[in-house]
Design a protein around this ligand. Sequence first.
Ligand SMILES: [Zn+2]
Length: 551
Amino acid sequence: MGYTMSGNNKQQPVKEPAVSKAPEPKKPEVKGKVFISAEAFRAILLYAKRYANENIPEYDWKEVYGFLIGRIDKDNVLVDSAVPMTSGEATEVVFGPSHYTKAAELDNEIAEKNDNTFVCGWWHSHPFKSNPTSIFLSSIDVGNHLGFQGPNPLAIALVHDPSKMKEKDTPFGIKVFRLTRTDFDQNELDRYALDLNPEGNTKSNPTDIVYYAVPFEITGPTAELFADSLADVIDKTVKGDPLIKAYREDDANVTVSQEKLADARKLTRIQDLGKVDITDEAGGEEYLEPDIETLDQTPSAEEPSGLPLALPEEMEEVNKTHVLSVEDFASGDEELRTEEAEQQYLDALDFKKQKEFKMAADILKSTYRIYSKLNAKHKMAFIKNMLMECYFWAGDVDDAIVESNLVEKLANETKNQYFLGNAREFRGRSFLKRGDMKNASQAFQDAIAAFKKGSFNAKAGACAEMIARIYYNREKPDVEMAITFFARALLYYQNAIKNPRSMEPAWARDAFITNHGALLEKQAKGLIGELKDGTKVKQMKELLVNLKPWD
Ligand SMILES: [Zn+2]
């Protein structure tokens, strides 16, 4: 956790540490050793590989995390097992109430066993194949680990990169870390975002060691475990099941009681949040006129006969957990800081990231009440927009439509084109779920107008793509209109690559949009083959000729 794909730190000025008291350089005193059972290692490896393997494009590899269960013996830590938690995110995971609630639940379960084991640390993966020094703790990880090592000085943070298993200095692709001290404040953690070396010291003061590696050993496996493990992997491979599942992965939407949530909120947490990252300006590429004849070579017969109505699954996954940055939240109503409402917002953000949308919606309703009493329009628009999205992703389309009207009103009052477009987009999506294609199309058209005005090109593209799919999936498909809107979507996507905007979802700013655009272009060209009228064929080809190459 803590590796943003494109590095967003440039907006943050480096905060100088408080003068006068430079921290005493402290040589870490490495006490004891960590013994990791082969079973625990097996779980870490399998779960990390499940979300970062050869079947998944590297830009889509996800970090995963979990807890380590074990015992303390003098200065040694004996890790018996590793419990995978929910699947990770493409970038950093910041521990919040939902993580600590799960840890507390797990701790209760372990306590019932009465065998002196407890949560003795945590592990997570850094599947960064192209980064040679990928096994480190980021400033976010340091913050997360405070919650472990603060109460338990021997607690460990294990980092695993499955692509570094064969490297000499990182046997098993693992390093185990501890912090030199646990009294960091938020200012220091913020500074570490830019100042931390992968070796654990700081760039500004190389003698200031923040964390260090603890020696470890993998113990076992016994012949019995080895055999069981092989048999298990083979069984699951044959069935096509995932080789390992997360704790309670099969429980549908585990609901967390209010009481547990309140407890979880009391636990230490670091209020740093994953910020939306912005890619570097796309290089000004030469515009090459594609040869119109190449269109004729597209084998339309090979194209799938039906196009799915919704946007591609990967896009939807990112949309679900897309959260606007804390800076965006804070900008506007600067003078307005009510700690309670801000805390609620951060909690809701965390639940949204965990895809616990109902929980997030419940919190947001109360947050909204606070800001509306204060008449803080910018914050009200922000909260309502997130509430609308949460209702939608929770499957509650009626409430999503009601909220979308309020978001639109607030967006108009605060002149926010993104929220205006988003309100209309989610209204369209809700109508689509109800099967009301006519109203859905209209809402998407309105959304495009708003997104275009604010230069949110990727979002405009997604809405145009939805309209195209609606035309194609009608009882009597309107292929011409479908191609027209696909072509429009493709042009927006290409503009989005050229001018990425910070508020747009992550899929708009990485390789995904390039791959998706190229595939969509192929599909659109394929559709031309379905046109009966020769003049239309020519028109549609001309539409697509305006596209630039994708890579
Ligand atoms: Zn990390």
